[in-house]
Design a protein around this ligand. Sequence first.
Ligand SMILES: Cc1cc2nc3c(=O)[nH]c(=O)nc-3n(C[C@H](O)[C@H](O)[C@H](O)COP(=O)(O)OP(=O)(O)OC[C@H]3O[C@@H](n4cnc5c(N)ncnc54)[C@H](O)[C@@H]3O)c2cc1C
Ligand code: FES
Length: 286
Amino acid sequence: MNKNKTPDSKTTPSLEMPKMNPYVPAKAKVLEFFRESPDNFSIIIDFKTKHEPGQFVMVGLPGIGEAPISICSYSSEHMKLNIREVGSVTNSLAKVKEGDFVFVRGPYGTGYPMNSLEGNNIIMIGGGCGVAPLKGVIDYLSSNRKKYKDIDLLFGYRSVHDILFKREIETWKQHYNTMISIDKADDADKNVCYDAKVGFVTEHLKKSDIPVKSSVVFICGPPKMMELVIEILKEKGFESEQIFVSTERLMQCALGKCGHCMIRGKYTCMDGPVFRLDEVEKFKND
Ligand SMILES: Cc1cc2nc3c(=O)[nH]c(=O)nc-3n(C[C@H](O)[C@H](O)[C@H](O)COP(=O)(O)OP(=O)(O)OC[C@H]3O[C@@H](n4cnc5c(N)ncnc54)[C@H](O)[C@@H]3O)c2cc1C
Ligand code: FES
């Protein structure tokens, strides 16, 4: 911008919109509530914003608090969130009904660099609730399918009852190489008709023939699972530069101000939550 031509703010009325306070959340109506598993639910909210797959929002209720939750959709019309009930905020959110309001601010963070990964095979490996941000990538791919080569999904859950996104899996199977696994199948599960492989997702990954050349891998799940997956990928010949991990740190402001989420000079809320493995490998024990 040519600074000499900037109008004098004292004489010319400003046409700029007043700056919103980034700490103040917006009210968003719950359009759909769906129970995915005994301790997990999805909500669709009337919250429209431009975002990248892998980014997150802060979601809360007045008098309770707020928590970072990944965006698990890719839509200009609404936003879908998938939430596991683990504490005060998420247990309170589990009680909302269609028509109620939640409070949302964001999107925040750096997601998957989808543009620079065009032309690659995309392999997504998720465990439990970690599948949520990956579902945001799947939704993105459904409207950008031609830009990428093969898509492999390897998602593991504890039991058949814990499988998330059951409504979406059949569609994924039609378009992508989809493998859903459960850690174990109890006798009681025999009546639950579900097409899932038994055994840890890591065991199935070992046996899989996913392509190494021209491939990138997105991993999201419990830390132990992510560690094992990385080990197996390295054995298969993947380089750290081909692997993207999603990190979870305690967050408060999500704006790079409070320092709660810092890992050695990097703000998880701004530089992450998605990092290329070579960027965070050396911080493994932090
Ligand atoms: C970028 C990002 C994206 C996320 N996306 C999702 C998502 O899509 N879906 C989802 O369900 N969750 C997601 N999470 C996790 C979620 O934000 C946390 O589980 C959040 O703490 C839940 O808030 P709560 O008040 O319900 O539970 P909390 O009361 O915060 O408790 C959650 C768990 O953390 C433990 N805990 C709380 N405080 C501490 C502490 N100071 N030190 C150690 N342990 C502690 C508790 O014991 C409990 O087991 C995400 C987190 C991040 C950082
Ligand atoms: S959460 Fe406050 S700096 Fe990241």
